[in-house]
Design a binder for this molecule. Structure first.
Ligand code: MN3
Length: 323
């Protein structure tokens, strides 16, 4: 999880004080993910849409990041700047979660070679035989059975997905649209993929993405007076129909905006307030970030690694030549 901090630095040997932007990173996942029942490379391919698709987490992360970097008139419009910058920080934890889901689904998708024996490429079936039917070949050819910044069809994520117009009303409308598009994709992936890991990830992100939809709706309401909340939900399906989302909503997580900085972004309280447009519960800003969950342990995939073990004598020889 990332935490964006704006911190004052006094340089010891300089007379100037710099305001330095930083990221604090915590080695935790946003929520706990169960281990898949079985490897499922085609489910992993579908989940890629939620990472590198037009409305995927890379897009939400980079849209809000660039909009916050480019934001002009911060003093005058501070609550809106704080909101966009703060949500950008949370999105980092979402790319971690989707990436981890893809990696869990790809683990064991091919027969794992033996660490102590050289892999026989002529074996029958061939070591990567199981990959031939996988929808995304890049998972096996371009990476060691890991996630990539691509969509569900293997198209690379692109900066063309970033919209940063310089007009706050337009950017907020775009962000509202982007989050609703992301929600539609999450629901469709849920309906394509039965795997409990993918569904746990989607359930959690439906709830947190829902917070961001409401946040941009509230921001537009503050800025213009329009009742954007009346449009919700888009698509017209309640999160409460998804057991994996309902679990988090029961804890009130759909009404909480975390403040991803110990000192900054405090003016989000001027936007994140009042009743939730769907269930009427009170919107709450929480200063503490969530505790998070440990990353799962991933074993090596030996068929793609360099030959296991090394000859100590050979290493000595090389070291002698280099010295
Ligand atoms: Mn997100």
């Amino acid at each position: 999880m990332a935490q964006l901090l704006l911190k004052r630095f006094l340089l010891k040997r300089a007379t100037i004080t710099l305001r330095n932007k930083m990221i604090h990173r915590f080695d935790k996942l946003a929520t706990e993910l169960p281990i898949p029942e079985s490897p499922d490379p085609n489910a992993a391919a579908a989940v890629q849409e939620l990472l590198g698709g037009k409305c995927g987490e890379l897009s939400t992360l980079m849209n809000y990041t660039f909009q916050s970097f480019n934001f002009r008139g911060r003093s005058k419009l501070r609550p809106f700047y704080d909101l966009i910058a703060n949500i950008a920080a949370e999105e980092y934890s979402h790319i971690e979660l989707v990436t981890t889901t893809i990696n869990l689904l790809l683990t064991g998708a091919t027969v794992r070679a033996d660490r102590n024996r050289p892999q026989d490429p002529t074996a029958d079936p061939a070591p990567l035989a199981n990959a031939i039917g996988a929808r995304n070949s890049y998972h096996f050819l371009a990476s060691g059975q890991t996630a990539l910044p691509v969509d569900s069809m293997g198209n690379p994520w692109t900066g063309a997905n970033v919209f940063s117009s310089g007009n706050l009303k337009l950017d907020l409308l775009h962000n509202f649209f982007l989050e609703c598009g992301a929600r539609a994709n999450k629901i469709r992936v849920y309906e394509m993929v039965k795997d409990p890991t993918a569904r746990a990830m989607v359930g959690f992100l439906l709830v947190r993405g829902g917070v961001h939809i409401v946040a941009y709706a509230r921001a537009l309401e503050e800025l213009t007076g329009a009742d954007v909340g009346k449009l919700l939900p888009i698509p017209d399906v309640s999160n409460k129909l998804f057991p994996e989302a309902l679990k988090h909503e029961a804890k009130g997580i759909h009404r909480i905006m975390y403040r991803w900085s110990p000192d900054d972004y405090s003016e989000i309280t001027k936007i994140w307030k009042g009743p939730h447009p769907e269930d009427g519960g009170e919107l709450i800003v929480q200063d503490e970030i969530p505790v998070g969950a440990p990353w799962p342990e991933f074993e090596e995939e030996f068929q793609l690694s360099s030959p296991g073990g090394f000859d100590p004598e050979m290493l000595k020889e090389i070291a002698a030549k280099l010295s």
